[in-house]
Ligand binder design. Structure first.
Ligand code: KG4
Ligand code: ZN
Length: 341
């Protein structure tokens, strides 16, 4: 079965073709980062309009690259995300489904992230613990099987990617700041500033990043009033990154001990952070899996894969689904209700 995956939940347009026998066949990705950079964040209306411009030509391009006229099924991100942006893929998926007479699968964006490491050669087997870290989420998920998810911890305030982006903004780095902050941190001393490791000594597996963000903000204001900020920007970036990663790893190790996990999967945009990957590999006494960096951030391949694994949930085109808020642990394993019942 050949599954076309469409992703338009935020500011990346992603299209991919996944073959249930051969794996990933073709893919295309367009980032809107340049469009939103001048505003310092994603502008939903601009995001939707650009998805409208890009999506269909990218579908054509991917099909042409694969040398096929049409797929056997279409998977699209139905949420969570920006509703106007989600509607672009949801509308096109259902339209194409009618035109091609093939079924659709509505995919949960975070399930896409969670399954992304399965696109790699060294894929994890179930069960595993997933650390899902992106611009909108920080989650620790006990993944027992496909669709059998128990959320162990989430963030009480900002997502970790948001904390990276806001700290980057304070340091005068562009949007999105995560990768720029990580690059700046490479030349800094991560012990120069003693920022708090949020929640590390509290019970449970939840995260909190607003205290860390505020601590950095207070320090940055003080340094810029003294005219000393420019000299220590890299040290601030490195010390912030260390504190955020220590918090993520502390919770992840505790959760892994709690459920007896021998495998940890790291995914979502912040999962592209080399320092996080290396530190987790060094500290976890089991196997650590993650997708290649381009499959950590939003992409069509993870949606095509999730759709391929959920073909039992495929339906004929009917309701266009676009859900801003949708909890990952409300998902269930695929049910064989089939496209023609
Ligand atoms: O998964 P994603 O592409 O979109 C969401 O679903 O949110 O994640 C984007 C987030 C942004 O906050 C971005 O700054 C962060 O991932 N990010 C990083 C890195 N690459 C992307 N944060 C830290 N280090 C990185 N290398
Ligand atoms: Zn995402």
């Amino acid at each position: 079965m050949l599954v076309l995956g469409l992703e338009t939940s935020c500011d990346e347009t992603g299209v991919a073709l996944y073959d249930t026998g051969r794996g990933l066949v073709a893919q295309a990705l367009h980032s809107q980062v340049d469009l939103h950079a001048v505003y310092g964040g994603v502008v939903p209306e601009i995001a939707s309009r650009d998805h409208v411009r890009r999506l269909l030509p990218m579908v054509r391009q991917v099909l042409a690259e694969a040398g096929v006229a049409r797929p056997d099924a279409i998977a699209y991100t139905a949420g969570p995300g920006l509703v106007g942006a989600l509607l672009v893929a949801a509308g096109l998926a259902n339209g194409l489904s009618l035109a091609w007479d093939c079924p659709v699968v509505a995919v949960h964006h975070m399930e896409g992230h969670l399954l992304a490491p399965l696109l790699e050669e060294n894929a994890p087997a179930f069960p595993f613990l997933a650390l899902l870290v992106s611009g909108g989420h920080s989650l620790l998920v006990d993944v027992r099987a496909l669709g059998d998810y128990r959320i162990l911890g989430s963030t009480l305030d900002d997502a970790v990617g948001e904390a990276f982006d806001k700290t980057a903004k304070l340091l005068g780095l562009g949007y999105p700041g995560g990768p720029a902050l990580a690059a700046l941190a490479e030349s800094g001393d991560d012990a120069a500033f003693a920022f708090p490791r949020p929640m590390l000594h509290r019970p449970g597996f939840d995260f909190s990043f607003s205290g860390l963000k505020t601590a950095v903000m207070i320090e940055v204001r003080k340094l810029s009033a003294d005219g000393r900020l420019a000299a220590v920007r890299a040290d601030i970036a490195a010390s912030f990154q260390r504190a955020a990663i220590d918090a993520l790893i502390g919770r992840t190790l505790a959760a892994a001990r709690h459920i007896g996990a021998t495998r940890v999967v790291v995914a979502g945009g912040v999962g592209a952070n080399e320092c996080l990957r290396e530190s987790l590999k060094a500290q976890f006494h089991g196997s650590v899996y993650y997708p290649r960096s381009t499959f950590c951030t939003d992409n069509g391949a993870m949606i095509a894969l999730a759709g391929a694994l959920r073909l039992d949930d495929a339906t004929p085109a009917e309701t266009i689904r676009a859900t801003a808020r949708w909890s990952l642990d409300s998902l269930a394993p695929p049910t064989a209700k089939a496209a023609n019942d």
